[in-house]
Write a protein that binds this ligand. Structure first.
Ligand code: ATP
Length: 241
């Protein structure tokens, strides 16, 4: 709510946050093995790529600006403000938050966003020619499905953090991290510190990864959890008279 009042988060961002919390409840508010695997491979891909960008929207900046900056520093990824509901004011507010958290450079602000994701209409299509436009790998925490699909279509490796494994973003990303951003990014920071010391491990981690398996496990976990909740409720309901 504070981040909303500060102008970091848009109204729709608050609603998206609530949607995330519902899924986090089903996941038991913890990092599950399929999420941890995806976090690890995402870090490996960031470390391997020459040009990599962490796309930052209002929710991401509000929830873990410092950790995103640290992940950028450890992997050599640039930070780019990327907003669904773009306004120069919010761009500047988010960039300021990232700089306050230690970022030396933040892309995607004002006139810098002169490149466009082809086929996407409106301000959502704007990207920075020095950042996402030319990147091989893009980390998109809490992204909208249209943009994820288009980034994939123009050849990017898209790493998504999304608590909802059914969302279009989760379903189309190259790597889907089904975890809360407040756990995922700190986990990725830890992993980046370790993997930076062992670059010989990166190829094997990347080659052994299958995102369909991650989605299958995440959806399977949620289905099982819903069944368990339903059974528990049936047992505690009073019998009909
Ligand atoms: P899509 O367009 O991909 O089908 P959507 O319409 O829900 O999904 P958005 O509202 O733009 O798209 O995306 C927000 C996504 O971020 C949602 O899937 C939501 O579950 C997820 N989300 C919200 N809060 C968090 C969080 N703290 N950590 C990780 N994911 C989150």
């Amino acid at each position: 709510m504070k981040a909303y009042e500060k102008g970091l988060v848009a109204t729709a961002g608050l609603i998206a946050h609530g949607r995330g919390e519902a899924f986090d409840y089903l996941l038991g508010e913890r990092t599950l093995p399929f999420a941890w695997r995806a976090e690890r491979v995402a870090v490996a891909l960031l470390l391997k790529a020459e040009r990599k960008v962490i796309s930052v929207n209002g929710n991401a900046a509000a929830l873990c600006a410092e950790e995103l900056v640290e992940l950028g520093r450890l992997t050599g990824a640039q930070l780019e403000v990327n907003l669904f509901y773009r306004s120069e004011e919010r761009e500047v507010t988010i960039a300021r938050e990232l700089k306050r958290s230690g970022a030396s450079e933040v892309l995607g602000v004002g006139a810098a966003t002169s490149a466009r994701i082809p086929e996407l209409v409106s301000a959502r299509a704007k990207v920075d020619p020095r950042g996402i436009a030319g990147a091989e790998v893009v980390l998109v925490p809490l992204e909208d499905g249209d943009r994820t699909a288009f980034l994939k279509r123009i050849g990017k490796i898209v790493l998504a953090i999304d608590l909802n494994p059914f969302s279009r973003t989760a379903q189309t990303a190259s790597v889907t991290i089904v975890d809360n951003i407040v756990r995922a990014v700190p986990n990725m920071v830890k992993e980046a510190r370790l993997l930076r010391q062992s670059p010989e491990k990166l190829d094997r981690i990347i080659l052994n990864y299958d995102n369909r398996e991650t989605l299958r496990e995440a959806i399977g976990f949620i289905n099982a959890r819903l069944l368990q909740i339903a059974r528990e409720n049936l047992q505690t309901f009073p019998k009909r008279v």
